[in-house]
Design a protein around this ligand. Structure first.
Ligand SMILES: Nc1ncnc2c1ncn2[C@@H]1O[C@H](COP(=O)(O)OP(=O)(O)OP(=O)(O)O)[C@@H](O)[C@H]1O
Ligand SMILES: [Mg+2]
Length: 319
């Protein structure tokens, strides 16, 4: 199998405010292979966005990366200088946020915003950049006539497609998408996801796709990582995870998704709430909500172990 293009190892990120320390990402390891769509799922506040921003080192204070490494093509992103970082961001790894569509400049035409990005990074003529902008819009399903439009003239879905076009403008190796369709209706969401998948298959970039919608991720990703309270609970290929979820948290997440349970079965809610990351429980962080917890779960953090090919789980019951 291919070597990973991105290797996150034991990454920890803390938010320190006054006396409080919140470790939002705690010794997380995850890799991404070329051309792979890796889904990242987990309840609100479990550290998904923090992890995504750490990869590009765009975390604002009070966040501090306190441990681990993030290797892109063998080079630790956490150690490269500002110049190298500038070359990496957007050209090699780009990102689309949920709110990206609101970040488009309202007074500059769409075409100019895309050509600006291309001209800033590539040695091409303005005409070539404009042609490329036109192709990019077509790629994401927008008629090039909208090169002349302003963002307020486009629907939310179209604006988010423009942001995806911008993220692809410099042909990056990895595109991180942090809930890019959450603000859109389900039909537009499905169209955009299909389009991303087509583009991904055609252009071969890798995707890290973040959402709390597990059902959506199972359809869309090649492999999934389930985060719980800043820890990785389980990592597995999509089909394997769907057929054989090993972590009680993953199992409960699945039973909570209306579209994943048979229509005659009522989706179950997961009792309780995720712990505060300022004072997480010892041992397995899921144990207070786990109906199968045993004594060891309360005191020892379960290691992430490989239970089947490429299927890793952090649960004492599984190991
Ligand atoms: N600016 C901040 N200052 C202090 N703590 C923060 C800050 N941003 C995030 N956190 C903490 O980090 C944890 C992880 O936040 P993060 O935004 O990464 O979660 P998430 O999984 O992306 O959640 P969501 O699904 O709601 O987007 C949160 O529980 C929160 O307590
Ligand atoms: Mg988030």
């Amino acid at each position: 199998m291919n070597e990973p293009i991105l290797k996150i190892e034991n990454l920890s990120v803390d938010y320190v405010t006054g006396e409080t320390l919140v470790r939002a990402v705690d010794r997380v390891s995850l890799d991404v292979k070329p051309g792979e769509i890796v889904g990242l799922a987990g309840e609100s506040g479990c550290g998904k966005t923090t992890l995504a921003k750490a990869i590009l080192r765009i975390l604002p204070p009070p966040a501090i990366i306190t441990g681990g490494k993030i290797e892109y093509r063998g080079k630790n992103i956490l150690e490269i200088n500002e110049g190298e970082l500038r070359k990496l961001r957007w050209q090699k790894i780009s990102i689309v946020f949920q709110s990206a569509m609101n970040a488009l400049n309202p007074v500059i035409r769409i075409g100019e915003q895309i050509t600006d990005v291309i001209l800033a990074h590539k040695s091409v003529s303005p005409d070539e950049a404009y042609d490329r902008a036109s192709q990019l819009l077509e790629m994401v399903g927008i008629h090039p006539i909208h090169l002349n439009s302003y963002s307020h003239q486009l629907s939310g879905g179209m604006r988010q497609r423009v942001c995806i076009a911008l993220a692809l403008a410099l042909e990056p190796d990895i595109v991180i998408m942090d809930e890019p369709t959450t603000a859109l209706d389900v039909i537009v969401e499905r169209e955009i996801l299909n389009q991303i998948k087509d583009l991904q298959a055609r252009l071969g970039f890798s995707v890290i796709y973040i959402t709390h919608d597990l059902a959506r991720l199972l359809q869309f990703s090649h492999r999934l990582a389930i985060l719980y309270a800043a820890h990785i609970a389980e990592i597995a290929p999509a089909q394997e995870l769907q057929e054989n979820p090993l972590h009680p948290y993953t199992q409960k997440l699945m039973r909570a998704m209306p579209s994943l349970v048979p229509s005659e079965v009522k989706p179950e809610t997961i009792p309780g709430t995720p712990p505060s990351l300022a004072s997480p429980p010892p041992g397995c962080r899921f144990h207070p909500r786990c109906d199968r917890a045993i004594e060891i779960c309360q005191r020892e953090k379960p290691p992430l172990v490989e239970k089947a090919t490429n299927h890793l789980v952090a649960c004492h019951l599984a190991s």
